[in-house]
Design a protein around this ligand. Structure first.
Ligand code: MN3
Length: 389
C-alpha cells in the first residue's frame, strides 16, 4: 500500500489524482490533502477519502474547517500555512508527496518532503524551473525518487528507462501549441477570455495562460533538462496539435522513441502512482486510424517570445530561471487582472531578467532572494509603465 499526501488537491492535477486513487484503493491511500482556499472541495474530499490531516492557506479557513470536522465526527487534523504544508509532507506514515501546487509557493514544501525522505510526484514545474539543480542534489543526497507527472516528462521518462543518459542525442518535447499557434491577428489584442480557451487541456488559469504564451513549454524544456540531466540545447520543442505523441527521445544511434496515447492526464498520474508497474486504466484506447494524421511544426519564436526567454534564462543559469519564473508569475497575474496586454507578459519578463544581476552562489536563500527581487521589479515595471486600466 502506497500512502500519499497531495499538495494542491483542489486543482486539476489534484482532483484527477484523487479520481485515480478512488479506483485503486487497495494500492494507494491518501493520508494528507492541502488546498489553497477551496474549503468546499476539501470538505467533499475529507468525506470521501478520510485523510488524517489537511491544510489550507489561511488560519481563518482552517478554524472553520476544524469546527466542521468536529461537528461531522471526522478525526482529521487541520493545519494552515507553510507550517501546515510541512506537517503534511513530513508525516511519518507517508511514502510519497504529489507536489501539485502552482508556482513558487510549492518550493518549500517540496524541499521539506525530500528532506523527510519522501518520494516526489512532481507536477509543480515551477519548483524545478526556479531551483532545479538544488532540488536534484537534495534528491540524490536523500536517496528519494522524483517522478514526473507532467505528460511530456512522463513520456520522456517512459522512453528512457534502460538507455544511458549519455546516449541521448536530443529530447523532443511536444506542444499542442495552445490556442494561438495559428493565430495571425494582432497578438497585443488577445483577450483574457481568448487566452483561457485552451483547445486540448482543461487546466488552472495560470498554466492555461502559460500554455497560450508557450512559456509553459519553456518551463517544460527546463524541467526536462533538469530531470533527465541533459543540457538545455538538447531539448527541442515541436508543435503537435493532436497531442497524441507526448514527447520523444532521440538516441545517438538515430533511434527515436516516442510515447503515445489519447491526451488524458490520468495516465501519467496513474503511472507515477504505480511505477514501476502498469495497471489497467479507463483511458480511451488509442485508435490511430481514427485520428488519421499526426502533424508536427516548428514553433515560431518571434510570435512566442516567452519560449525564447525561457531558453535564455536556462542558458544563463544560476538565479536567472528563478527570476524568469517569478516575473512571469507577476506578469500573468497582471494580464489575468486585465492590467496589461498579452504581449506585455514577455516584455515584462525580458525587462526583469535584463536588469538581474546573477548570483552564482546557489542556495535556498539566494534563490528565494532572487525570486522576491524579481517580483518587486516586475511589479515596479507594471506600475510605472503599464497602466492600461
Ligand atoms: Mn505538459
Amino acid at each position: 500500500m502506497k500512502k500519499i499526501t497531495i499538495l494542491g488537491s483542489s486543482g486539476s492535477i489534484g482532483i484527477q489524482t484523487l479520481d485515480i486513487v478512488s479506483k485503486m484503493r487497495d494500492i494507494v491511500c491518501v493520508k494528507g490533502l492541502a488546498v489553497g482556499s477551496n474549503i468546499e472541495i476539501l470538505k467533499s474530499q475529507i468525506k470521501k477519502f478520510k485523510p488524517e490531516a489537511v491544510s489550507l492557506s489561511n488560519s481563518v479557513d482552517a478554524q472553520k474547517l476544524k469546527e466542521w470536522c468536529i461537528s461531522n465526527n471526522f478525526k482529521t487534523d487541520v493545519y494552515s500555512g507553510d507550517n501546515g504544508l510541512e506537517k503534511l509532507v513530513t508525516m511519518p506514515k507517508i511514502d510519497m508527496v504529489i507536489a501539485a501546487l502552482v508556482g513558487a509557493g510549492g518550493l518549500k514544501s517540496t524541499i521539506a518532503a525530500i528532506k523527510a525522505k519522501k518520494d516526489i510526484g512532481i507536477a509543480n514545474k515551477e519548483v524545478l524551473v526556479m531551483a532545479g539543480n538544488y532540488i536534484m542534489n537534495l534528491v540524490s543526497e536523500n536517496g528519494v525518487s522524483i517522478l514526473p507527472i507532467d505528460s511530456e516528462h512522463s513520456a520522456i521518462f517512459q522512453c528512457c528507462t534502460d538507455e544511458k543518459k549519455s546516449q541521448i542525442k536530443r529530447i523532443i518535447l511536444t506542444a499542442s501549441g495552445g490556442p494561438f499557434y495559428r493565430y495571425n491577428k494582432d497578438f497585443s489584442k488577445i483577450t483574457v477570455e481568448q487566452a483561457l480557451a485552451h483547445p486540448t487541456w482543461k487546466m488552472g488559469k495560470k498554466i492555461t495562460i502559460d500554455s497560450a504564451t508557450l512559456m509553459n513549454k519553456g518551463f517544460e524544456s527546463i524541467e526536462a533538462s533538469i530531470l533527465f540531466g541533459v543540457p538545455i540545447d538538447k531539448v527541442e520543442v515541436i508543435i503537435h496539435p493532436q497531442s497524441i505523441v507526448h514527447s520523444m527521445v532521440e538516441y545517438i544511434d538515430g533511434s527515436v522513441i516516442a510515447q503515445l496515447s489519447n491526451p488524458d492526464m490520468r495516465l501519467p498520474i496513474q503511472y507515477t502512482l504505480t511505477y514501476p508497474e502498469r495497471l489497467r486504466s479507463n483511458i480511451k484506447a488509442l485508435n490511430l486510424t481514427e485520428i488519421g494524421k499526426l502533424e508536427f511544426y516548428k514553433p515560431d519564436f518571434n510570435k512566442f517570445p516567452c519560449l525564447k526567454l525561457a531558453y535564455l534564462a536556462a542558458k544563463k543559469g544560476y538565479t536567472m530561471p528563478a527570476v524568469m519564473n517569478a516575473s512571469n508569475e507577476i506578469a500573468v497575474a497582471a494580464f489575468l487582472n486585465k492590467e496589461i496586454k498579452f504581449t506585455d507578459i514577455a516584455e515584462i519578463i525580458n525587462m526583469t531578467i535584463k536588469s538581474h544581476r546573477i548570483s552564482e552562489n546557489i542556495s535556498l536563500k539566494t534563490i528565494l532572494e532572487a525570486d522576491s527581487w524579481a517580483r518587486q521589479s516586475a511589479n515596479k515595471i507594471i506600475n510605472n509603465q503599464y497602466t492600461n486600466k
